[in-house]
Design a protein around this ligand. Structure first.
Ligand code: HEC
Length: 151
């Protein structure tokens, strides 16, 4: 009896520990915390914060194929998007200095899984690769450039 109770405690503890150390769970928790920064414009529901009827602070993720392409998503976060029209009140600013590799990977994982139905994890080493690939790029990227990465 004593043995089985201990075994039960042991298994419950190892289950709890594995749930917390699961890379996806960890990334989703960190990503949700970092997403607060994005919610100021994109809204906590990812639908874009409404400023007035017909005017959003930032686009909704619902139709965003840019979120589906990990490289396009990383690039727009690192460099920001060049302001080409007046569709949105806000500006997508470069966040390469604001988010380290781990934070950026986590926020990407959170957005892709929460709003676009993906079931995967973006790793900090992927972000590190994109950061160095685009290190010389100083200007915000255009939508045309991002679109090329999607197709
Ligand atoms: C200050 C407001 C603001 C903040 C903060 C912000 N964004 Fe944006 N974001 C925008 C705007 C505005 C656009 C549209 C840019 C354009 O097309 O001119 C945009 C575009 C995007 C897009 C492209 C969506 C599409 O059209 O396919 C993604 C993805 C995105 N943001 C993700 C994020 C994430 C993730 C964060 C937080 C790490 C974030 N943004 C923070 C304003 C913001």
């Amino acid at each position: 009896m004593k043995f089985s109770l201990l075994t039960l405690v042991f298994f419950s503890l190892s289950f709890v520990t594995s749930a917390y150390s699961n890379p996806k769970t960890t990334a989703m928790e960190l990503g949700k915390a970092k997403y607060l920064m994005c919610s100021a414009c994109h809204g906590m529901d990812g639908k874009g914060l409404q400023i007035s009827p017909g005017m959003l602070m930032a686009p909704a993720y619902a139709e965003s194929t840019l979120v589906d392409s990990p490289e396009a998503f990383a690039l727009l976060l690192l460099k920001g998007i060049a302001k080409e029209g007046a569709d949105f009140m806000g500006v997508m600013a470069p966040l390469e200095a604001a988010l380290n590799d781990e934070d950026m990977a986590a926020v990407m994982t959170y957005v892709r899984n929460t709003y676009r139905g993906h079931d995967d994890v973006i790793s900090p080493s992927q972000v590190e690769e994109w950061r160095s690939k685009y290190a010389d790029r100083k200007e915000p990227v255009t939508r045309a450039e991002l679109q090329e990465l999607v197709e």
